[in-house]
Design a protein around this ligand. Structure first.
Ligand code: PLP
Length: 427
């Protein structure tokens, strides 16, 4: 239970921000969110003096944990030189070369400020490139908070039962066709009807906003083939999976490449970022070389570029992946054992360092399956863990993430907390 100082801040926040927060999922911690004072490695330190093992990690970016010294050093070095120029700077070239080594080698990239901006610009690029208007997205996949993709969206949109947000004009929503994740027939049906009007298929290669749902064998390859057959582009939204499933993201992990990749989260090392990457012939359509408008005061912000570069350099050692994956495996095993002993119906999905437990018999191979699980029981698990100093996402529709800082005492504490939390759930 968050303490008195958090409560005081939460009361003030009620009058300042809609729903008390600046992004909806933050209000899902009940009865009110704890406020964080500082963080280090795998731990958050709250204003109430609590120390929590963090499995939310800023909703994905912090794959090295909080305040990794190499990232901090890179940021400090940049701050000493200034932090905004409004002209190009070398940092953006260094990070671009680093990313393009792993995604679309020989291609190009445009840096923006969030995953939302990245998918928004990627969809515009696909429309401009193909001269077509429609897109296909998947039920329960989340691609950010803009009109074209706020149709049957996951994450907080699903949690709050607002699959299509108020304020999205029907005329806009009509251009977004919705297929079912892991169901190629649903894509085929849409393509047969609208194939020559579809600019792009946009997909989360691992659905990470409906819990964690991996693609079934053949699913991504099937999307690749539909896109090719009908002359549409395949947008791989790797905002979560990029540099999480390995240096080449989900596309490297599953061996299927998109035409355009959207990135975010990890590539900014914990600072606000997004990026659109792809082959030159597509990317050159962005302004100023092409006619698809895209711009931003803060695009390729020097501090963000420095933090992202340092993060990827550390990831290249392989060590953070080893530690994060090992921690995720240990947490998965502990959840499995504890849920089984408690006699509950459950399924756990894990891909490397992202996982989620669903309170349903399973298997959970689609957001529809995920939606059938007992979300109240998940909320109780979240609360019982929080009481024992472990912070997992408050919503079943998010992922549990681990980082390269999750080892030793932090993981031991988590495993014990899991065992105790399930005993409390049963009792
Ligand atoms: C797959 C995916 N795409 C896009 C976004 C939007 O990114 P941002 O929150 O940085 O706007 C998210 C955010 O969680 C995401 O998970």
């Amino acid at each position: 239970m968050p303490g008195p100082r958090s409560r005081e801040l939460w009361e003030k926040a009620q009058s300042l921000f809609p729903g008390g927060v600046n992004s909806p999922v933050r209000a899902a911690v009940k009865p009110y969110p704890f406020y964080v004072e500082r963080a280090e490695g795998p731990y958050l330190y709250t204003v109430d003096g609590e120390k929590l093992v963090d499995y939310v990690l800023g909703y994905g970016p912090l794959i090295l944990g909080h305040r990794h010294p190499r990232v901090e050093e890179a940021v400090r070095e940049q701050l000493e030189k200034d932090w905004l120029y409004g002209t190009p700077a070398e940092g953006e070239i260094r990070l671009a070369e680093k990313i393009l080594k792993y995604f679309h080698p020989g291609g190009m990239i445009r840096f923006v400020n969030s995953g939302t901006e990245a998918t928004m610009a990627a969809i515009r690029l696909a429309r401009g490139y193909t001269g077509r208007k429609m897109i296909i997205k998947f039920n329960g996949c989340y691609h950010g908070a803009h009109d074209a993709v706020l149709v049957a969206a996951g994450s907080a949109a699903a949690e709050y039962g607002v699959p299509s947000s108020a304020g999205v004009p029907e005329e806009v929503a009509r251009l977004t066709l919705v297929a079912r994740y892991n169901d190629l027939e649903s894509v085929e049906k849409l393509m047969r009807q609208h194939g020559d009007e579809v600019a792009a298929i946009i997909v989360e290669p691992v659905a990470g906003n409906a819990g964690v749902i991996p693609p079934e064998p053949g699913f991504l390859k099937g999307l690749r083939e539909f896109a090719d057959t009908y002359g549409a582009l395949l947008i791989m939204d790797e905002v979560i999976t990029g540099f999480r499933l390995g240096l080449r993201g989900a596309q490297g992990y599953y061996g299927v490449e998109g035409d355009i990749t959207t990135l975010g989260k990890i590539i900014g090392g914990g600072f606000p970022v997004g990026a659109i990457a792809g082959p030159r012939k597509i990317m050159e359509n962005f302004t100023p070389s092409g006619k698809v408008f895209q711009a931003g005061t803060f695009n390729a912000h020097p501090v963000v570029m420095a933090a992202g570069y340092a993060t990827i350099e550390v990831l290249e050692t392989g060590e953070p992946y080893r530690v994060a994956n090992e921690a995720a495996k240990a947490v998965t095993e502990a959840l499995d054992e504890a849920a089984r002993s408690a006699g509950l119906d459950y399924t756990i999905n894990r891909v490397e360092s992202m996982l989620q437990i669903f309170f349903t018999k399973g298997p959970v191979r689609s957001p529809e399956d995920a939606a059938r699980s007992d979300r109240k029981l998940y909320q109780r698990l979240h609360e019982e863990l929080l009481r024992r100093g472990v912070f997992i996402a408050p919503s079943q529709m998010e992922a549990i993430f681990t980082s390269g800082a999750h080892s030793g005492e932090a993981v031991e504490k988590t495993l014990e907390a899991i065992r105790e939390a399930f005993r409390a759930l049963r009792g």
